[in-house]
Design a protein around this ligand. Structure first.
Ligand SMILES: *Cc1c(COP(=O)(O)O)cnc(C)c1O
Length: 405
């Protein structure tokens, strides 16, 4: 088949910062995707933990198209009904009392990191400006968020970068204790490090972070851009851990594929973002907020959340069964439907080979760094699609193992 738009065009017209797959998807339904040639894929990637209700969920299509016929955009010189309804829903269903909307995870974090500085400056003075974050963490790609992020490769070549940021070992209470001081304005943590290798925080670490923040008048920020909106089996992962932050950021699954982000916080902290201190032209866009509200209404139900836990177990059992035959993983870890297979030393550095083999077997998967094969499917993926996808993944593993032997 010949197409007027091909993958080769990417290399001619796009900035080369991505290396997308060779096939081009054109249609999706539930957890299945079809490419230009009509080849059908099972989707275990979920657009990187974004398509929380799969592709083209009828209720989301209806929410989007209904709003599209009413009002698309008004800017923040006006407010709008979908934004207020979404904010009300978020405040009624989380610790938060105030919400700021953005268009992405990075922007939600940018707002959070500016807010913690502003809050400390308002209440304690300019000296209290240090942000403590974790090594291997990921918080987005703006200059501030890559700087708070704990992966040096993402700041290389971009100096000078913002200062006043310290990085500690993830899950090391000792390391956190050593770094935190009265100069600390905030500690930033992902409850599960997503990009950093699908590594869950220990309960003790998050509890210690909460206690140390309280002792030093610092704010605790949870980046739940990847873990939020049902992915953990609770609406937000902080609920799984019973540790409540002062600020929480959400994006990815929140829009189910429509770009939207949110920063949630308390009334007291929110006060430091007075009129004119921060903003966004699109933040709170009616289309985005109408879709996100529908996503939350569907995801935040006992059936869907219990489904995430049951499906998680089905995935873990299936991956462990594959691993019992082929011995490629040291460990299968994660929380809910954010799962990672950590490669054994024999396959170290080869996560991408597994992802590419999966593609050849018509399965979309992800990597998290070079040693972890990551899965972040729809939260409502049918069990039959999990089983079919795992069958395809087994064929992919067999291929990589066969080529290696
Ligand atoms: C993806 C991600 C981000 C960045 O979100 P964008 O929408 O790509 O800007 C931030 N934090 C975490 C934990 C993420 O997984």
């Amino acid at each position: 088949m010949s197409h007027s738009v091909t993958r080769a065009l990417f290399d001619q017209v796009m900035v080369p910062n991505y290396a997308p797959a060779q096939f081009i998807p054109v249609r999706g339904e539930g957890s299945r995707v079809w490419d230009q040639d009509g080849r059908e894929f099972v989707d275990f990637a979920g657009g990187i933990a974004v398509n929380s209700l799969g592709h083209c969920h009828p209720a989301l299509v209806a929410a989007l198209t209904e709003q599209a016929g009413k009002l698309w955009h008004v800017s923040n010189t006006l407010t709008n009904e979908p934004a207020l309804k979404l904010a009300k829903y978020l405040t009624e269903n989380t610790f938060a009392e105030r919400v700021f909307f953005s268009n992405s995870g990075a922007e939600a974090n940018e707002a959070a990191f500016k807010l913690v500085r502003k809050y400390a400056s308002d209440h304690f003075g300019a000296e209290k400006h240090e942000i403590v974050s974790c090594k291997s963490s990921f918080h987005g790609r703006t200059l501030f968020t890559v700087s708070v992020g704990g992966q040096p490769k993402y700041t290389e070549g971009f100096a000078p970068v913002p200062g006043g940021i310290r990085h500690v070992e993830y899950n090391s209470i000792e390391s956190l204790k050593a770094a935190i001081s009265d100069k600390t304005c905030a500690v930033v943590v992902e409850p599960v490090q997503g990009e950093g290798g699908v590594l869950p925080a220990s309960r003790e670490f998050l509890e210690a972070a909460r206690a140390l923040c309280d002792a030093h008048n610092a704010l605790l920020v949870f980046d739940e851009v990847q873990t939020g909106v049902g992915r953990s089996g609770s609406l937000y992962a902080y609920m799984e851990y019973s540790v409540t932050p002062d600020i929480l950021t959400s994006a990815k699954s929140l829009g189910g594929g429509f770009p939207v982000g949110a920063m949630l916080t308390t009334e007291k902290v929110a006060k430091s973002f007075g009129v004119g201190t921060h903003g966004s032209t699109y933040g709170g866009n009616p289309l985005a907020c109408a879709v996100a509200h529908k996503v939350l209404e569907i995801v935040n139900t006992p059936e869907v959340l219990a489904g995430v836990r049951a499906k998680s177990q089905r995935f873990v059992d299936g991956l462990n069964a594959i691993n019992a035959k082929y011995g490629v993983f040291k460990e299968v870890r994660g929380l809910g439907l954010l799962l990672g297979g950590v490669l054994t030393d024999a396959y170290a550095g080869r996560a991408k080979d597994f992802m590419l083999a999966a593609e050849r077997h018509q399965l979309m998967a992800l990597v998290a760094g070079v040693n972890v094969v990551r899965f972040a499917p729809s939260l409502v993926i049918p069990d039959a699609d999990i089983d079919e996808g795992l069958k395809r993944f087994e064929a992919a593993v067999a291929e990589v193992v066969g080529q290696t032997a």
